[in-house]
Design a protein around this ligand. Structure first.
Ligand code: TPP
Ligand code: MG
Length: 276
């Protein structure tokens, strides 16, 4: 459970971004833009002193849980877990290759440390509720974090889960919405406009914060605030940019969403220069 300074967290986020780009370009497929928007949050969770975990003992009953409900963004999760010591950065270069356990969506049956097999959107928060309820039943003091996409929020099951979390007063559950403004087929506002998440989720009895999720200082502050809420589930609406910080390059390519497309070797080179 490392607790890096703000400056070191920013450096760690840069290393993780470099890995995201390298592994998806090497694979020739995957979701770099969906991973890049979420990098500050995932970095802060694993390296900012928020999640307790031990890569040598990944199923310890007292570990905190992180469920990446938007499972297609697993390059950010694999990169963070490689940096944390669950496996090596060489291992994750096999992303999406035939036989590799670093599949295109997280597979809990093949990789210790992955809490849920996700990729079919809409299910992760319900799984998180299971963990949070189990923690209460077992008298264990762990926290469950679930990251969802803003497009994913259109799935009805997510709203059933939001209602259930309030019913069971799951103060050990934190949902983070990566509100990057896009989903598969276009802008989230155009496909299904749910983007005023804060009042909607507050109406379900949750504690909600809205932040700039690409600002590491804001992410750390929000996770600290969430940790201090003891009577209800918490949500962080993390306003991000899909592809951050290489959005200008994606715009120049004519596709700021860049959903489910790896960067070509040339674009990856430019992106790595811009990030570094
Ligand atoms: C149930 C389900 N329907 C459709 C898909 C196909 N799909 C994969 S990613 C995606 C868009 C997700 O958008 P969002 O949740 O905003 O994530 P982002 O990539 O923007 O971070 C869709 C529709 C899926 N994985 N699961
Ligand atoms: Mg999105």
């Amino acid at each position: 459970m490392p607790e890096l300074s703000l400056d070191d967290l920013k450096k760690k986020a840069t290393q993780i971004r470099e890995l995201i780009i390298r592994i998806t370009t090497e694979a020739g497929s995957g979701h770099p833009s969906s991973s890049l928007s979420a990098t500050e949050v995932v970095t802060a969770l694993y390296f900012g002193g928020f999640m307790k975990y031990d890569p040598k003992n990944p199923s310890s009953p007292d570990r905190d849980r992180f469920i990446l409900s938007k499972g297609h963004a697993c390059p950010v999760l694999y990169s963070a877990m490689a940096e944390a010591g669950y496996f090596t950065t060489d291992d994750i270069m096999t992303l999406r290759k035939l036989g590799s356990p670093w599949e295109g969506h997280p597979n809990m049956r093949r990789l210790p440390g992955i809490e849920a097999s996700t990729g079919s959107l809409g299910q992760g928060l319900s799984i998180g509720i299971g963990h949070a309820l189990a923690g209460k039943m077992d008298g264990r003091n762990y926290q469950t974090y679930v990251m969802l996409g803003d497009g994913e929020m259109g799935e009805g099951q997510v709203w059933e889960a939001i209602a259930a979390a309030e019913k069971y007063a799951l103060n050990n559950l934190t949902a983070i919405i990566d509100r990057n403004g896009y989903q598969q087929t276009g802008a989230t506002k155009e496909v299904l406009d749910l983007t005023e998440f804060q009042p909607k989720i507050e109406a379900f009895g949750w504690h909600v914060q809205t932040i700039n999720g690409n600002d590491m200082g804001e992410v750390v502050a929000a996770l600290k605030t969430a940790r201090g809420v003891n009577d209800k589930p918490t949500c962080i609406v993390s306003k991000t940019q899909k592809g951050y910080p290489v959005v200008p390059l994606l715009e120049a390519e004519g596709d700021p969403n860049y959903h489910g497309k790896p960067f070509s070797p040339e674009l990856a080179k430019k992106a790595l220069e811009l990030i570094g």
